[in-house]
Design a protein around this ligand. Structure first.
Ligand SMILES: [Mg+2]
Length: 538
């Protein structure tokens, strides 16, 4: 990336040099033109002046040589003028040629020879306009190299570069007459124009051939490097009549093909537009937000019967640079559906570990998604962050939703048990929403149970709820697990939750999620926390 930027910068310098040079040559050309005109005028004047002077002053015998000398001087001046003009013309032609080459180089990617983004989009716009007036269609095909990062990391950047070059060669070979552009990193796009409607069967066949040639791969360092790509396709003017919109649609189709397992292609369908375009946007922005540290963490207290602090739940907040605060309900599901949820989880844990030094000495709960638990490297990643920050895992409670626990297979249960053995505590989050049966409670590996706010808020008004909560508390107490009542918002809520047997509480009645600064000096750590600790960490 950096090298690319340098190349681009060098090309810009080169073009600027030619621009300056041409400007100074043009100025010189004007000077030379004036000089030529002056020389021609001098030659003519010389001849005109010489004649009467010669006739009047010179002896007849000198007239002839003087005439010849004047003629020769005039001819010399004329020839010099013609020669100068020719020199300037040749010079200008050569310079303009060099300038065109330099300009073309600025429009193409130095590594792959594909057009750079702006040039590609400009050409795509022109093609769409052209087809609008003469008829026919433009198919836009965007593709990403699958697992490019792994290729770069595993085999080194020279192989990564060779892969990108190979992809462009393969694309040009398969899609006849295509214009190819590099959109950045390992993202490419190409378009083909046809006089008649472009059929799905043509695109199916060509994409198939393209993927086959990528699979076939190429030779590098005495071995064969196979490549795969995910492809998204949109057609103008059917799917969109503007280059940027068409590109957006092809991008959505590309996303679909990645979701379908990569190494395949998908056509844009209008049905996926409504939700997918937004989702894709949020996903991209979220990815950037994680990198730019726009993700903030707030802490909501969990207190005991006396209002003393027992634990803190870390909650994710996204402060977007231009859109302001974005609701977790908007971005968490998007992160869940993409592969970003783990990156987001790691970013939150990192921040929590940093904040630990300034937080009260209680456990901090972090929310973990079911998708993250399926990752084989989950425990390793979380332990590495805690170890790097010098935080003992016992200070971290992993909140896992009941529904993801219920989906848990035997191996996942083992993984959760492994996390407990590594020192992490496990909280069963939003309990009651997953419709688990009580006997399952005995087999699920957890230390703390958090009863969902919908139950807490309808305590006392719904008999089934009352029985349910009391039964959960009874089972948890029997198993020596702590019980947290979530969503405690009124004095009546806390009274009823206490009556049902809950010992710990979380909700707006105590506090909304607070910053590290906001927490300072606000709470007393539960005095029997040390006593409670074994219960929390049973
Ligand atoms: Mg939670």
């Amino acid at each position: 990336m950096h090298a690319g930027a340098q190349v681009r910068h060098g090309q810009a310098d080169e073009t600027a040099f030619y621009r300056r040079e041409i400007h100074s040559r043009v100025v010189n050309f004007h000077k030379v033109t004036w000089l030529l005109a002056l020389m021609v005028a001098c030659a003519l004047g010389l001849m005109l002046l010489a004649m009467p002077i010669g006739y009047g002053l010179l002896p007849p015998a000198w007239l002839e040589p003087a005439g010849i000398a004047t003629g020769l001087a005039g001819a010399f001046l004329l020839l010099s003028a013609a020669y100068l003009k020719r020199r300037v013309d040749v010079d200008m032609t050569r310079l303009m040629g060099d300038f065109k080459i330099a300009h073309a180089r600025q429009d193409t990617d130095a590594l792959t020879g594909a057009f750079v983004r702006n040039r590609f989009l400009g050409d795509l716009s022109e093609a769409i306009l052209r087809r609008r007036s003469v008829g026919g269609e433009v198919a836009l095909v965007v593709f990403d190299v699958d697992h490019f990062k792994q290729i770069n990391d595993g085999f080194g950047h020279p192989v990564g570069d060779a892969v990108l070059q190979f992809c462009v060669r393969a694309a040009l070979k398969t899609f006849h007459g295509a214009t190819v552009g590099r959109m950045g990193g390992d993202e490419f796009a190409l378009f083909v124009e046809h006089d008649s409607p472009i059929t799905a069967s043509y695109l199916d066949r060509t994409c198939n051939e393209f993927l086959a040639s990528l699979r076939e791969g190429f030779h590098i360092s005495h071995r064969r490097q196979s490549v795969s790509a995910s492809i998204g396709i949109a057609i103008a003017p059917v799917d969109a009549a503007r280059a940027d919109m068409l590109f957006g649609h092809a991008d959505i189709a590309l996303y679909e093909s990645k979701r379908a397992g990569r190494a395949t292609w998908r056509f844009f369908r209008p049905e996926i537009l409504a939700d997918k375009r937004h989702e894709r946007f949020v996903e991209r922005e979220l990815r950037a937000a994680i990198l730019l540290h726009e993700i903030k963490v707030l802490y909501q207290p969990i207190v005991d019967c006396d209002g003393n602090l027992v634990s803190l739940e870390a909650l994710t907040r996204w402060q977007h640079s231009s859109r302001g605060s974005i609701n977790p309900a908007e971005f968490i599901p998007v992160a869940e559906r993409s592969n970003l949820i783990h990156d987001l989880g790691l970013a939150v844990l990192r921040q929590v570990c940093i904040d630990m030094a300034e937080l009260p000495d209680v456990t901090v709960n972090v929310n973990v998604s079911a998708r993250q638990l399926q990752l084989t490297h989950f425990q390793e990643d979380y332990l590495a962050i805690a170890a790097k920050a010098g935080v003992h895992p016992s200070r971290i409670v992993l909140e896992i939703t009941e529904s993801s626990m219920l989906e848990a297979s035997g191996s996942l249960n083992k993984r959760i048990e492994g996390l407990r053995q590594a020192g992490f505590r496990i909280a069963l989050d939003d309990f009651g929403m997953g419709y688990s049966e009580f006997n399952q409670l005995r087999t699920l590996p957890f230390d703390i149970i958090k009863i969902d706010k919908s139950y807490i808020q309808s305590l006392g008004s719904d008999e089934v709820t009352d029985i349910f909560v009391s039964a959960v508390v009874a089972v948890a107490t029997h198993l020596d697990r702590a019980v947290v009542a979530e969503g405690v918002e009124t004095d009546a809520d806390i009274v009823k939750a206490r009556l049902a047997g809950c010992g710990l509480f979380q909700g707006f009645l105590f506090d909304k999620p607070l910053t590290v600064e906001g927490l300072k000096g606000k709470y007393i750590v539960s005095p029997d926390y040390a006593e409670r600790k074994p219960r929390l960490t049973a």
